[in-house]
Unconditional design. Structure first.
Length: 363
């Protein structure tokens, strides 16, 4: 695979404030996404990797002839069988029926929460390796590009990737996509503009732009790294939402898909020390609500362990749901829209090394 980086200039047509003001204030009376009864599947592969982080639904547009199952779910494992952070090497696939299999075995360690899939089945996986499971030996890592058959097409290592910790993919299916990646080692958010072959045989990076910067970040003995993490992109309004672990807040970056300069941290839309406890992953539901997974790596509360929290883009708390009775279980989170208000929600419990799955209707 050929990976190139060249600057493409875009004309900004509005200010950050204008982009944010374009977002609607969604009807607060709409049904909640949470709480829901869940079915579960194991995320442990044969090599014993644990601590599932990234979660991504497989698009139904994936061409046939591969091991990716349309409607399936990919989960990346961050730890090895000895439970050392940043040493896991597997991505497992959960079938629509709940069966677990290995999709990809990597030579790179620390497959984390930065995980996404293009419409043609190319999987983009971030990795943040360590030597001994501690932040003292954390490396910058990179991005892996894997085809639908589980074959590595290529990788992007080094700047501007520096500790990929979260990812959002915007792919309208026309051969071009945008991939947003948060860097936990330097507090930045990068947009990669990519083009790809229709059957998943190639992917090229044509541009990279730092759209966010200045997020608080630091190493932590328990959480490994704390910083900007989960990302959710509202393509209709060109707004990228960023979960910030360190200050238990969510920020909005306007014009994220078109800007050519950083918006710094953007605009804070939700800060809640009562319900947010180290928010680590983020997803947007069709009703406009945001769901965040609390890692409990910062501002932990033993009375609210491993919570998924639902709130509006106007900053109003809606509901919450615990995926595990102990702290530190919530991490990766994803939503799949089936149309007509029907959604599938998937969230890992990395205490139990399992994936919980729900189906519900929100309108």
């Amino acid at each position: 695979m050929k990976l190139i980086t060249r600057r493409v200039s875009y004309a900004l047509c509005a200010t950050l404030a204008t982009g944010l003001m374009a977002a609607p204030r969604h009807n607060e009376a709409q049904p909640n996404v949470l709480p829901l009864p869940a079915s579960k599947a194991t995320t442990v592969p044969p090599n014993g990797d644990v601590n599932p982080y990234g979660v991504a639904f497989v698009p139904r547009t994936v061409p046939s002839g591969g091991t990716l199952m349309p409607g399936g779910i990919l989960v990346s494992d961050f730890n090895n069988a000895q439970n050392l952070q940043g040493t896991g090497t597997t991505i497992v696939q959960i079938s629509p029926q709940g069966a677990t299999s290995v999709f990809y075995q990597s030579s790179r360690m620390g497959l984390g929460a930065a995980l996404g899939i293009l419409s043609n089945g190319i999987v983009i996986a971030g990795y943040l390796p360590t030597v001994d499971g501690t932040s003292a030996t954390a490396g910058a890592g990179g991005l892996l590009f894997i085809d639908r058959r589980g074959t590595l097409l290529g990788s992007l290592n080094g700047p501007p990737v520096n500790g990929p910790w979260g990812m959002a993919v915007h792919d309208p299916g026309d051969g071009a996509a945008q991939v947003f990646v948060s860097n936990v080692l330097d507090g930045t958010v990068i947009r990669f503009d990519v083009i790809y072959g229709p059957t998943g045989e190639s992917v090229n990076i044509v541009d990279s732009v730092t759209v966010g910067s200045g997020f608080t970040h630091f190493g932590d003995p328990a959480a490994l790294e704390v910083g900007p993490s989960g990302l959710a992109f509202d393509a209709a309004h060109d707004i990228l939402y960023v979960a910030s672990e360190a200050d238990s807040a969510v920020y909005a970056i306007g014009l994220a898909g078109t800007r050519t300069t950083t918006a710094a941290v953007g605009v804070q839309i939700y800060q809640d020390s009562v319900h947010l406890h180290g928010p680590i992953d983020l997803a947007m539901a069709p009703n406009g609500h945001l769901l965040v997974a609390n890692s409990d790596g910062h501002n932990a509360d033993p009375n609210q362990p491993s919570e998924l929290v639902e709130f509006t883009t106007a900053g109003q708390f809606v509901s919450q749901y615990s995926v595990d009775p102990n702290n530190g279980g919530a991490f990766g989170l994803a939503i799949d829209s089936l149309g007509g208000g029907t959604i599938r929600v998937a969230a890992v419990d990395d205490n139990a090394n399992s994936l919980s799955m729900w189906t519900t209707i929100v309108k």
